[in-house]
Design a protein. Structure first.
Length: 155
């Protein structure tokens, strides 16, 4: 992973070249940036502004709106625990507590940088509540054992 702003901007330029410069490609570019850097760094937003003519404020408006994007670094693998009504009624809060116990504080990468967890809005899996996404794959119904397996891999 690039470690300075210049390298980040160069890499984002190449992602934009692969994807397209039109504003309609912003979300796709941001997902690629998130996968590569585990967040959307300021240098990436600067490159998007220069290459796609999207103001930094607009870019961060999108980043802060979508749960799958982050301004701060997260683990390479993120567990997203749904906290909407159906999942809450089926124990999402106790599962969030289990995630915190096994994976560490919400939103912070594990010691090896490989995993983090966060609460999120509805995942559309209400019929299988409580639900989560891990590596963008659904875990439903989510169980403490499933969280435990993730924790074992990154202990």
């Amino acid at each position: 992973m690039p470690d300075d702003d210049r390298e980040i901007r160069e890499r984002v330029r190449s992602l934009i070249e692969e994807t397209g410069r039109e504003r309609t490609h912003l979300l796709e570019v941001l997902h690629k940036v998130q996968r590569e850097f585990h967040h959307v760094p300021r240098a990436a937003a600067d490159a998007i502004e220069h290459e796609m003519l999207v103001p930094v404020a607009d870019t961060y408006g999108v980043v802060t709106f979508y749960d799958l994007l982050s301004e701060r670094p997260v683990g390479a693998n993120v567990l997203r625990v749904c906290e909407d009504v159906a999942c809450s009624l089926h124990g999402a809060e106790s599962l969030a507590a289990e995630a915190e116990k096994l994976l560490g504080p919400e939103g912070r990468p594990s010691g090896d940088g490989q995993v983090s967890w966060t609460r999120c809005a509805c995942l559309g899996l209400c019929d299988k509540a409580p639900a989560a996404l891990y590596r963008e794959e659904p875990l439903a119904p989510l169980t403490p054992a499933a969280i435990g397996k993730i924790g074992e891999r990154h202990a």
